[in-house]
Design a protein around this ligand. Structure first.
Ligand code: PLP
Length: 445
C-alpha cells in the first residue's frame, strides 16, 4: 500500500505534515475500530455521485460512519428490531423518533409517567411546532389510552419501566390498542435495557434509549438509540404518514417505495437525523459499544443488588415506602413478573419519613453512593427529585407523579451489597436525626 503522496515526492514540509501516511492497512481488528473522521475519501468521480444519489457507502460522518453503523447493527440485534439509528443523546433519540413520525397538526398520546426531559420536549418544543399531546395517568388501563386517542393521533409513547413510580407497562395490551388505529407504540426502554425486556417482541413498533445509561454503563459518554421493528404497513398506515409514502421534493420514489416495511427508520436515517444533526462522535459510539459487551453481566448484578437493597429499605423504620416493581407490594408487580423474568432493573425511588430535611441529610451522608443526576451506572447513585428533576412542578403534580418531599431516587450499581446497605444505614441514621429535628421544630412553632 502506498501513501497518496510518496515519500519521494518533492513537496514541502507543510504539505508532508498533512499528507504523509494518509493511507494505511485496513487490518481486521477484533475490537471495534474508531473511525474518528469527519468524512471519507471517494474512489473517483462516479463514486461520489453514486453516494449522493443512493446514500450507499460512507461520505460524511453525519450521514454514516463504520463505527456508528457497527453499533447500530448491535443495537438492532439486541432489541430484535430491523434497524437502528444511533444519535448523540437519549434526548436526541426521543426527538428524532417523534419528529420522524409526527407533523404539525398531529397528536400524540403519552404516558404521564415519563422522564422530565421528554415531557419538556413534548410540551415546550414539539408544542411550538403544532404537535399536540394528551397524557394518560392510569397507564395500566387500555381504555384510558383508547379514550385519549383522536382522529389526528399518530403515535403512542411510554416508558417500559417508568420514572419515578417504577410502573411497568403492559406493552402488549397498549400496543394492541394502538394497533386498532394502525398507530405505532414508541417505548423508551432505558430503564429496562434489552437484556431485561425487548418491547418489539411485545408489539412495540419503535424503541428508544438513553444509551448514556445502562447501555454504556460506565458513565463516560452520552448517546441515544432508536430501533425500529421494520414492520411499517403502508396499506394500513400510509394515509397517516404521508411523508413516508409520497414522492420526495424532486419527484423521486417515496421512502416506502424504496425501503418497504423499513420506511419509518429509513426516513429517520435519510432525513430526520442528518438534517436535524444530533450526530454522535464515533468515539462515543465506540464507548457505548464497549459498554454493551458487558450489559447482561452488569444488569443481572445490578438487578440482584437493587432487589436486595429495596427489600432492606422496605423493612427499615426510617423509610415510609419503596416504589420498586420487584417488591410484591408494588402495584405493577404482577406485570413485572410477566415482563421482567430476568430481574426488575436497578432504578427506583423510596420515601423517607422525615421529608425534605431527612432527604438533605441523606444525600449529604452517603459515601459509597454518589449524589448526582444520572442512572444505569456501575456505581450506585442517588438524587432528590423534588428539588432537582421535578422542582418545576407544583407540589400537587409532584405528588401525583410519586415525588414526595422525602422521596429519593436510587440507581443501584455493582458494588458489594453489604457495602451499599452499610452506606444506606449511615445515611438513614443521619436522615432520621435531621427528620426528627425538623418535627420537633414544627411542634415548637
Ligand atoms: C428514561 C430516559 N429517557 C431519556 C433520557 C435522556 O437521555 P440523555 O440524558 O442521554 O439525553 C433520560 C435521561 O435521564 C431518561 O432517564
Amino acid at each position: 500500500m502506498t501513501d497518496l503522496l510518496d515519500a519521494s515526492d518533492a513537496v514541502g514540509f507543510s504539505t508532508r505534515q498533512v499528507h504523509s501516511g494518509a493511507e494505511w492497512h485496513d487490518a481486521p481488528a477484533r475490537a471495534l475500530p474508531i473511525y474518528l473522521t469527519a468524512g471519507f475519501r471517494f474512489d473517483d468521480f462516479d463514486h461520489a455521485a453514486h453516494h449522493f444519489q443512493t446514500g450507499a457507502g460512507f461520505g460524511y460522518t453525519r450521514t454514516g460512519n463504520p463505527t456508528i453503523e457497527a453499533l447500530e447493527r448491535r443495537l438492532a440485534g439486541l432489541e430484535g428490531g430491523a434497524d437502528a439509528v444511533f444519535v448523540a443523546s437519549g434526548q436526541a433519540a426521543v426527538s428524532i423518533a417523534l419528529l420522524g413520525l409526527l407533523s404539525a397538526g398531529d397528536h400524540l398520546v403519552c404516558s404521564t409517567h415519563i422522564y422530565e426531559g421528554t415531557r419538556g420536549l413534548l410540551l415546550d418544543n414539539l408544542g411550538r411546532l403544532g404537535i399536540e399531546v394528551d397524557f394518560v395517568d392510569d397507564i395500566a388501563d387500555p381504555d384510558a389510552w383508547r379514550l385519549a386517542t383522536r382522529e389526528n393521533t399518530r403515535a403512542y409513547f411510554a416508558e417500559s419501566i417508568s420514572n419515578a413510580r417504577n410502573d411497568v407497562l403492559d406493552i402488549a395490551a397498549i400496543a394492541a390498542v394502538a394497533d386498532e388505529r394502525a398507530l405505532p407504540l414508541v417505548i423508551d426502554n432505558t430503564f429496562a435495557t434489552p437484556y431485561l425486556l425487548r418491547p418489539i417482541e411485545h408489539g412495540a413498533a419503535v424503541v428508544v434509549h438513553s444509551a448514556s445509561k445502562f447501555l454504556a454503563g460506565h458513565g463516560a459518554a452520552l448517546g441515544g438509540a432508536l430501533v425500529d421493528d421494520g414492520r411499517f404497513d403502508a396499506a394500513r398506515s400510509g394515509a397517516l404518514f404521508p411523508h413516508l409514502v409520497s414522492a420526495d421534493r424532486s419527484g423521486a420514489p417515496s421512502v416506502w417505495e424504496r425501503h418497504g416495511a423499513r420506511a419509518r427508520i429509513a426516513y429517520i436515517r435519510e432525513s430526520t437525523a442528518p438534517r436535524l444533526g444530533p450526530t454522535p462522535s464515533p468515539l462515543n459510539a465506540f464507548l457505548v459499544a464497549q459498554g454493551i459487551e458487558t450489559l447482561s453481566l452488569r444488569v443481572r448484578e445490578q438487578s440482584g443488588n437493587a432487589l436486595a437493597v429495596a427489600t432492606w429499605l422496605a423493612a427499615h423504620p426510617a423509610v415510609e415506602s419503596v416504589d420498586y416493581a420487584g417488591l410484591a407490594a408494588h402495584p405493577s408487580h404482577d406485570v413485572a413478573l410477566r415482563y421482567l423474568p430476568r430481574g426488575f432493573g436497578s432504578v427506583f425511588t423510596f420515601t423517607l419519613r422525615g421529608g425534605e430535611p431527612a432527604a438533605r441529610a441523606f444525600v449529604e451522608s452517603v459515601r459509597v453512593i454518589t449524589h448526582m443526576t444520572h442512572l444505569g451506572d456501575v456505581r450506585s447513585l442517588v438524587l432528590h427529585p423534588g428539588t432537582t428533576s421535578h422542582a418545576h412542578h407544583s407540589e400537587q403534580n409532584r405528588l401525583a407523579l410519586g415525588v414526595h418531599p422525602g422521596t429519593l431516587r436510587l440507581s443501584i450499581g455493582i458494588e458489594d451489597v453489604d457495602d451499599l446497605t452499610a452506606d444506606l444505614e449511615r445515611a438513614l441514621t443521619a436522615a432520621t436525626a435531621a427528620g426528627t429535628g425538623e418535627r420537633v421544630l414544627e411542634v415548637l412553632v
